[in-house]
Write a protein that binds this ligand. Sequence first.
Ligand code: C2E
Ligand code: CA
Ligand code: CA
Length: 531
Amino acid sequence: MERVPSWRYLPVALALSLPVLACAGLTWWHAQKAQREEAESAARIVRAQTQHILAQAWEVLDRVAALTAVPCEQALPDLQRWGTLNPYFRSLILLRDDRIYCSSAVGKADYSVSEFRRWSGSLSPGGWLFTVDGTPLAPERPAILLGRSGTDGHSGVVVVDGRYVQDLLNAVATLRDYRIELQVGEGGAPIRSDSQGPWDAPSSLVYSETTNHDGRAPLIVRVKAPPEDLVQAWQQLMLTYLPAAALLGLGLAVGAYRLQANRRSFKELLRRAMRADEFQVHYQPIYGQATGQCEGVEALMRWQRPGVGYVRPDIFIAAAEEDGMIIALTRHLFALIERDMRSWTTPPGFHVGINIAAEHLSSPELVPDIERFVQNVSARQPVVVLEITERSLITDDGQARRNIDALRAQGVLVAIDDFGTGHCSLSYLQQFPVDYLKIDQGFVHAIQPSGEDAPVLDVIITLGHRLGLAVLAEGVETELQFNYLVRRGVALIQGYLFARPMPSEQFLHWYAGHAPPPGAKRPESSNLGAG
Ligand code: C2E
Ligand code: CA
Ligand code: CA
């Protein structure tokens, strides 16, 4: 029993782990996305509500600024009315230079504006806006200050109580353990939600946005969440999807294992079939136009599995190629042909065509294999023809070319099989010394009963002749096709019209009936049908 290298289990391991890893990755990505989206909608609520408050403040500020040239006693009733009517305002203030001279909260006053905590920012005449930690009236409560210059160094200020904003932040923060920070204007002190313990507790920024919709000052909202939130959300998703992913991985792993086991068992099956002599070779005669006789055969492998039936050669050959068994199988074919040929009566120079797979052609073992075969059938002195495909020429790294050169030097011929169906460029044809072109049956079947030309077929035939190669047409089934090809000088014809592939014994009978007496003339085409 063949030992299985450990890397062979890699596909199984991958099949098992990939769905789980993909699930972990996808759920992590999904948890992050969901967290971001939730934080975004929390920020949206904060932004919309703050903008709503600020819009009212700007409106009142216009009116306050218009009062700045008026003495405090005269302005006060208006200030107090506007201040009381709007629940968001802490006070409405009038300033002269940097001194406060009138306030809706305390009436006439005289103190420096610097008493506002963290008073910062430049006072541009158009209007200004920023957040502060506290005001002289309520040093511990943040506020948003909006100001606008009036006449003669006077200006008006609306102090929006930060409590409302803070309550809003707290309410939104409870949605998801958030810490939310709102900053109005550059350089101001941010207003922060305070319901979730100390602000500096470990948390990571989930979402941050800066809006500047009215062109006055940016509104910055930052949403933070404890790092474990994301992990918890991810775990939740994993709990939901992991069982399915694990099940999928398990299914795939079982599939991969079975596939491998099948492959191993296919190899084993082939080996056993060879030992049990389940393979047979069928020989399909090839008609030579010049002599009007059977000038050779193509050896085609057949597999009759006991209890199962006939396995199509294109299927088991392709599988053997894939599983690295084709060289062993071709060696077995040589042995079968050697055995069959012992009873043959073919003359020296009779062609025996053998299909050689790409892997074998580019293997250093090809030359000794063929030499041994030629040696073992030397009693009949056949001409061995290697049928190779265009693909094996294209994939050549030099070894195929060396093999072809060495074998041709010993009298072995080389035919390009299924010519026209691969991707062989014409340069390969010039580069590789070959003897035959075997035109694929597809082109032969393109010959129309109406007698019209088959242009591609014609070009291939002409090409072969121009390159000095013998041309063989495969799959010739009708006299019409036969005559068409003969008219165009195709030297060799293979197909059901002349003969079907047959086992060695049957071929011997057939050959005895078809080998014309010495000196006989070429048969009429109508005598070709062998059925
Ligand atoms: P291929 O080399 O092109 O072989 C010719 C195929 O055409 C054979 O199919 C043959 O039976 C079929 N054929 C011959 N005359 C006619 C005809 O007049 N009409 C039609 N429709 N078909 C015709 P088969 O035997 O089924 O073989 C299929 C393929 O399997 C072969 O194609 C060849 O590529 C591969 N194969 C068969 N035996 C071997 C082998 O021992 N070694 C390798 N490497 N490949 C083989
Ligand atoms: Ca062939
Ligand atoms: Ca062919």
